[in-house]
Ligand binder design. Structure first.
Ligand code: G3D
Ligand code: MG
Length: 179
């Protein structure tokens, strides 16, 4: 019965794909989540714990968990890892000082057993800020080309205007429907 329901949900496109949005505090995670949802920048407060929203793209349902990124909360990110299909890693491209911390968090995450099958989408956010790092600089610093065991993609974006976001939702949609 369970299998039948799962099959029917697949046919009607109602299967839910779990997405976790991670990154250091102030990177723009919550702003991105609400851009996906409303196509507007909303006023955000630092996230304590998590926010969860459902985003539907061409009948593909994503359950997106936006998880607080403050240092004290990072050790509990793994509580959210089970059944994750997509990791969205958000980076504040103007925050050069903390890119090393992001790099460490990225590789810790990729090594985690529960995320073995997850695809990784990296948003180089805040591209509107003067002198922010380019996606090429960030890719190089994070050694993205060395990641062979997860599908990944990096995209420059500005969460305030939404620039760069819709195309990547499409990428996720096509990855999800290929699963
Ligand atoms: P977080 O959820 O990762 O902690 P938030 O980050 O979404 O709360 O955003 C942190 C701050 O960065 C917010 O500013 C938000 O408006 C700003 N921000 C998010 N995305 C962008 C962007 O693309 N460009 C610029 N310039 N700012 C952005 P405040 O002032 O409310 O703290
Ligand atoms: Mg937040």
């Amino acid at each position: 019965m369970g299998q039948l329901i799962a099959k029917l949900m697949g046919i009607f496109g109602n299967q839910e794909h779990k997405v976790i949005i991670l990154g250091l505090d102030n990177a723009g995670k919550t702003t991105i989540l609400y851009q996906f949802l409303t196509n507007e920048a909303v006023h955000t407060c630092p996230t304590i714990g998590s926010n969860m929203e459902e985003i539907v793209v061409q009948k593909t349902h994503f359950l997106m968990w936006d998880i607080g990124g403050q240092e004290a909360l990072r050790s509990s990110w793994n509580v959210y890892y089970a059944n994750t299909e997509f990791i969205i890693l958000v980076i504040d491209s103007s925050d050069r000082d903390r890119l090393l911390t992001t790099r460490e968090e990225l590789y810790k995450m990729l090594a985690h057993e529960a995320l073995r099958d997850a695809s990784v989408l990296i948003f180089a956010n805040k591209q509107d800020v003067k002198d922010s790092m380019t996606t090429a600089e960030i890719s190089q610093f994070l050694s993205l080309s060395a990641i062979k065991d997860h599908p990944w993609h990096i995209q420059g974006c500005c969460a305030l205007t939404g620039e760069g976001l819709p195309a990547r939702l499409q990428w996720m949609q096509s990855q999800a429907s290929a699963k």
